[in-house]
Design a protein around this ligand. Structure first.
Ligand code: NI
Length: 138
């Protein structure tokens, strides 16, 4: 287990009150746990900004009856095959499909894939969850 280090933080009273509200509403056990979560969130954001290796998921929802849409989506994914680890397809109902595309690699590749999928006509929803490989986050 990693060594724990204590340090003091000075904050404006109002800011601390807001932080404590955030801790309560977020269901954190204490300030340290809340602060750790915020720091890790920022470190993951930095990985995406710095262009390091990242991991994440893209979620898509579309109507598979739309002409050529499935073919186009598969073609886009093949263009980015290096960045895609796996895909999962869920038939939501008679018309709608949900697809989860797991990406790993350079963040700009994942962003380009996201844009290409978003720009495909007929896609109802397309969003990315920026996660991390976990290798650089303690
Ligand atoms: Ni389907």
């Amino acid at each position: 287990m990693a060594k724990l280090v204590r340090f003091g933080v000075s904050l404006e009273k109002d800011l601390l009150d807001d932080f404590d509200r955030f801790i309560r509403e977020g269901g954190f056990t204490n300030r340290s746990q809340g602060l750790r979560s915020l720091i890790r969130e920022q470190l993951v954001k930095r990985e995406w900004l710095k262009g390091k290796e990242v991991a994440g998921t893209i979620t898509l929802v579309y109507d598979h009856h739309r002409r050529e849409l499935v073919t186009k989506l598969i073609s886009v994914q093949h263009d980015f095959h290096d960045a895609i680890v796996s895909t999962q397809h869920i038939h939501l109902d008679h018309n709608n499909c949900l697809e989860i595309v797991v990406v790993k690699g350079k963040p700009n590749q994942a962003q380009e894939l996201l844009q290409a999928l978003k720009a495909t006509k007929g896609v109802k929803h397309c969003a990315i969850s920026m996660a991390t490989t976990g290798n650089k986050i303690p």
